[in-house]
Design a protein around this ligand. Structure first.
Ligand SMILES: *Cc1c(COP(=O)(O)O)cnc(C)c1O
Length: 434
């Protein structure tokens, strides 16, 4: 039986499904296509066409629904409000970049003179701006180098100093950094052999001296950054190790360039060099407050040896990292520094203002350095305490807010929230209370 087209149209929704090319040409979708690309938008159109076909979506609402369904950006990582009070929260990306560093990353995104001399049109030293800024920040260093992260810095240094030979390490410093990352395994992966000296709680200079021999590549001094040993303990300071006349490699971990009275137990790069370390390694995204990177400082000879090692090329950082490292140093104080040193009175009055607006109690709150740094150190601050049920509703909000659940309550600690974001936070809490 033949049914004329005209008779079918009203009954069959398939005839009403807007064509893909017509939908994609709709001016309402133009900016989404610019932002996300046509493939992503087309996929959303095809999904919505299916709903129209099934009679679950009126055809005239197709374009508007596609727009609603599309994400704001192509990146799946979402900026969050860190209300945990933990400054270097590893799961939240460790250090938050300064505005200066963010601007520098954006500026370096296209073509840049990262390895090019604009005056003579020839190749120039890669990342020289970042290296100069680092050298200036730590005058005790004869030279500096930037690699992919703290682990890479350690791999490069142990490979260059001790591959096929021995690395002397105190038993009290054979640490696991986090997420199953064990320092001894990392070092052995370079082909160096670990020679353990001393005991878990006590290691003396004589323990190192007894282990020294023709096979010694270097002595490694690791800052046990994420735990504390108390009681009957001793370890050998870098200054004494330096007297052994073998290369001393110091992994200070957190990237504090100079001593900070707020963090009395954190070793700093300048101090380790002054004490005679040949090479000092640390992370860029911990207390240094910059991007993920491994910063290496040392004598000119030692750093040059690393720079020329073939492995250095495999651990090289990109222009975005170099731009961020330089701007972190040259720009105003980093968010990490500001959050660490936040004035408790100011935190308290901001908490009072927030509680007055959204409810909850103002309570004392101990912030932390995080990222495995300064274990046991409590940063005195304040928080707004809300019922625990807020925690998941705040995480589901836009922007997601991450609080700290403690004693059955959801604490919003303002230490790592910029004052300019207090309004956003208040609105997020109000939205979560509905
Ligand atoms: C964090 C840390 C590392 C690892 O640095 P990444 O930048 O995370 O690779 C190595 N050693 C110590 C002592 C650390 O604290």
């Amino acid at each position: 039986m033949h049914i004329p087209d005209g008779d079918q149209s009203a009954a069959d929704p398939r005839r009403l499904v807007p064509r893909t090319d017509v939908a994609l040409a709709d001016p309402l979708l133009a900016s989404a296509i610019d932002r996300l690309g046509s493939a992503e938008v087309k996929q959303a159109v095809v999904l919505m066409q299916q709903l129209v076909r099934e009679g679950r979506l009126p055809p005239e609402q197709l374009v508007a629904t596609v727009l609603e369904q599309l994400p704001d950006s192509t990146g799946s990582m979402r900026p969050v409000v860190n209300a945990t009070g933990v400054v270097l929260h590893t799961n939240l990306g460790r250090a938050s970049l300064s505005q200066a560093a963010i601007d520098a990353v954006v500026a370096a995104a296209g073509y840049v003179d990262v390895e090019y001399d604009l005056s003579d049109g020839r190749r120039a030293r890669r990342g020289r701006g970042a290296l100069t800024a680092l050298a200036r920040a730590v005058p005790a260093a004869g030279d500096v180098l930037v690699v992919n992260n703290g682990a890479a810095a350690l791999v490069l240094a142990t490979t260059a100093l001790a591959a096929g030979r021995e690395v002397l390490v105190s038993r009290g410093e054979l640490v696991e950094i986090g997420d199953g990352f064990r320092l001894p395994e990392l070092i052995e992966s370079t082909g160096a052999r670990i020679r353990e000296v001393g005991t878990t709680n006590r290691t003396k200079l004589a323990d190192y001296a007894d282990a020294l021999g023709p096979d010694t590549g270097c002595v490694l001094k690791v800052h046990p950054s994420n735990f504390r040993v108390e009681g009957f303990t001793s370890s050998v300071p870098i200054a004494e190790l330096a007297a052994l006349n073998v290369p001393v490699l110091a992994d200070v971990g957190s990237g504090l360039l100079h001593a900070d009275p707020l963090l009395p137990d954190e070793p700093d790069v300048a101090g380790a060099l002054d004490d005679g370390a040949w090479l000092v390694t640390c992370s860029g995204d911990k207390l240094f407050g910059g991007p993920q990177a491994g910063l290496i400082f040392g004598t000119a000879d030692a750093v040059n040896g690393l720079r020329r090692h073939p492995l250095a090329r495999a651990l090289r950082v990109d222009k975005l990292t170099l731009a961020a490292v330089e701007a972190t140093l040259r720009g105003p104080s980093t968010p990490t520094e500001r959050y660490l040193h936040a004035d408790p009175q100011r935190l308290r009055s901001r908490c009072s203002a927030l509680a007055a607006e959204v409810g909850g109690d103002v309570v004392a709150s101990a912030g932390a350095v995080g990222g495995g740094g300064a274990p046991g150190l409590e940063l005195a601050g304040w928080a707004v305490a809300l019922p625990a049920g807020y925690a998941h509703r705040l995480r589901a909000g836009n922007p997601p807010v991450i609080g700290r659940v403690e004693h059955g309550r959801c604490l919003l600690d303002l230490r790592c929230v910029d004052e300019a974001a207090d309004r956003t936070l208040a609105e997020a809490v109000r939205a979560a209370s509905l």
